[in-house]
Design a binder for this molecule. Structure first.
Ligand SMILES: Cc1cc2nc3c(=O)[nH]c(=O)nc-3n(C[C@H](O)[C@H](O)[C@H](O)COP(=O)(O)O)c2cc1C
Length: 178
């Protein structure tokens, strides 16, 4: 059986833990398929590899990962959730730390890549609106919203005026606007 087939059967079996050999086979499958993926455009954004890197909070999806993915032609994503943990004063001023770290990571990613950069902001976060403002001010390419209904005072006009795309990420449907 080829490594491609064994990786797929691995997923079908619903195996919960991966051995190094199996992980190798998953990586080979990814390497096999990525060159075959068609490119994609969203408005004037060109995405040569139609892959959205997952927004993973608490300091995982930061500028390093996002800019690397964007430089490879995918959509790099910085996650806002708990990003302030990078700052020394997080436990004194959580919101201030989140805003500062979020802005700094977006700017860092932008300095490292001309590719497509998005952010992930969970609607359920207490500081969701101030974080949204930072994303708009920094003019990211795409804002991915999720974990909550997208009805909490989204500044749609401002987002559109800054030529930013918004996706709502949900388990039942994904919507794109404008
Ligand atoms: C460690 C970790 C942290 C995550 N943090 C977030 C988050 O902050 N916001 C969010 O919308 N999704 C979060 N997710 C979900 C991912 O963005 C992604 O939607 C999910 O992992 C499904 O993609 P996958 O099937 O490729 O893993 C997280 C996932 C992981 C594994």
């Amino acid at each position: 059986m080829s490594s491609t087939h064994s990786a797929f059967s691995l997923f079908q079996e619903g195996t919960s833990s991966l051995s190094i050999t199996k992980l190798d086979s998953v990586i080979n499958t990814i390497k096999h398929y990525i060159p075959k993926l068609p490119s994609c455009t969203i408005g004037d954004l060109h995405i040569s590899k139609p892959i959205v890197q997952g927004g993973m909070g608490v300091g995982i999806s930061l500028s390093g990962l996002a800019s690397s993915v964007a430089n490879q032609g995918g959509i790099g994503v910085i996650a806002a959730n708990g990003i302030g943990l990078l700052e020394k004063d997080y436990y004194k001023d959580g919101q201030g730390a989140n805003i500062r770290a979020f802005r700094s990571e977006i700017q860092k990613a932008r300095s490292l890549s001309d590719g497509v950069l998005g952010v992930n902001i969970m609607v359920a976060l207490a500081d969701y609106l101030p974080l949204l403002e930072v994303a708009i001010e920094e003019r990211v390419d795409i804002i991915f919203l999720g974990a909550g209904l997208p009805i909490k005072n989204i500044p749609i006009k401002k987002i559109r005026a800054n030529n930013i795309w918004t996706f709502h990420k949900s388990s039942t449907q994904t919507k794109i606007w404008p």
